[in-house]
Design a protein around this ligand. Structure first.
Ligand code: PD2
Ligand code: ZN
Length: 294
């Protein structure tokens, strides 16, 4: 069983501050190999003694900013996601297959988003540009290197060249969201044991550091992750609130949407990249905003 080391302490602190539920943090720790007793004890220490019952009841020991997140579990209203219906989606220059859909949270697993050649090309052109990944500090808004995210990455400018521009047009058609609302593509590489512990992709509205990000293009509304290689063991994208795990298969992808038309944010969209057990893992991520991202 793992131990609650400094990295786990950081993770617990970040997630308590972000308003995660006690249950979701215990589930995420159990998915990582802790037993229920140890996970419960660590979460209880980190929350200053809040019990599951206290969070669910919204009573004692739950700070208001944390309670608002627990309450949101009941309140998020699922409206229609923009991604097309049907089992095959025509996405600009390619037919993409729908492999699985989940309604709550809104997740669509997709096959054939990129060809094997496109995946290899994306990896090869990124390999020499990789830098250690950062995470947005919720208090300051700055990009910090933290132990919750052990990967290296590179950002591409939107429409940086014809190859990137074509992929962006395909992803925009697939997500049915304007190409100009997309952030630049990000390529991430995880080595053995590399992981991205459970988090939300949206900017937490109650954290001061979010304002600077939301000012440019608004809130993030949805994410599309495309797997650029097969990972022999580990490296799945996990949704611990609903027990879904998506295996990394070259060319496949996972779309998930977490902001509805009323600007509510879906707490069930908590997700992470589980540790790579063997081999390595390359992904391409597209985050999209409410408005044009310029
Ligand atoms: O690598 C992943 O599977 C993963 C999981 C969760 C990536 C991200 N989030 C992300 O890039 O936001
Ligand atoms: Zn994420």
């Amino acid at each position: 069983m793992p131990v609650v080391d400094g990295a786990w302490e950081d993770w617990l602190k970040t997630n308590v501050n972000r308003g995660c539920t006690v249950d979701s943090m215990i589930d995420a720790m159990m998915s990582a190999g802790f037993d229920r007793m140890s996970a419960g004890a660590a979460v209880q220490r980190a929350t200053g003694g809040a019990t599951t019952a206290a969070v669910k009841a919204g009573t004692e020991a739950v700070a208001p900013e944390r309670r608002s997140h627990a309450d949101a579990l009941d309140e998020y209203q699922y409206d229609a996601a923009p991604i097309a219906r049907g089992n095959v989606i025509r996405a600009h220059d390619r037919d993409v297959r729908v492999l699985m859909r989940c309604d709550r949270p809104q997740i669509v697993v997709l096959g054939d988003v990129l060809s094997a050649q496109e995946c290899e090309q994306m990896i090869e052109r990124s390999r020499h540009r990789m830098k250690r990944s950062t995470t947005v500090n919720p208090e300051t808004g700055t990009e910090d290197v933290i132990r919750n995210r052990t990967s290296e990455g590179v950002w591409y400018q939107r429409a940086e060249d014809a190859f990137i521009e074509n992929l962006e047009q395909r992803l925009a058609a697939l997500m049915n969201w304007p190409v100009e609302n997309g952030e630049g593509l990000q390529i991430l590489h995880y080595g053995p044991t590399g992981e991205y512990r459970p988090h939300f992709d949206y900017f937490p509205p109650d954290q001061s550091g979010s304002a600077v990000h939301v000012a440019r293009g608004g809130q993030r509304t949805a994410t599309l992750i495309v797997y650029l290689n097969d990972v022999p063991d580990g490296g799945e994208t996990i949704f611990p609130e609903v027990g879904i795990s998506v295996a990394a298969k070259q060319g496949s992808g996972v779309y998930f949407r977490y902001m509805n038309g009323d600007r509510q944010l879906d707490p069930l969209s908590l997700h992470g990249g589980s540790p790579v057990v063997s081999g390595d893992k390359w992904i391409m991520t597209k985050w999209v905003r409410e408005r044009a991202y310029v």
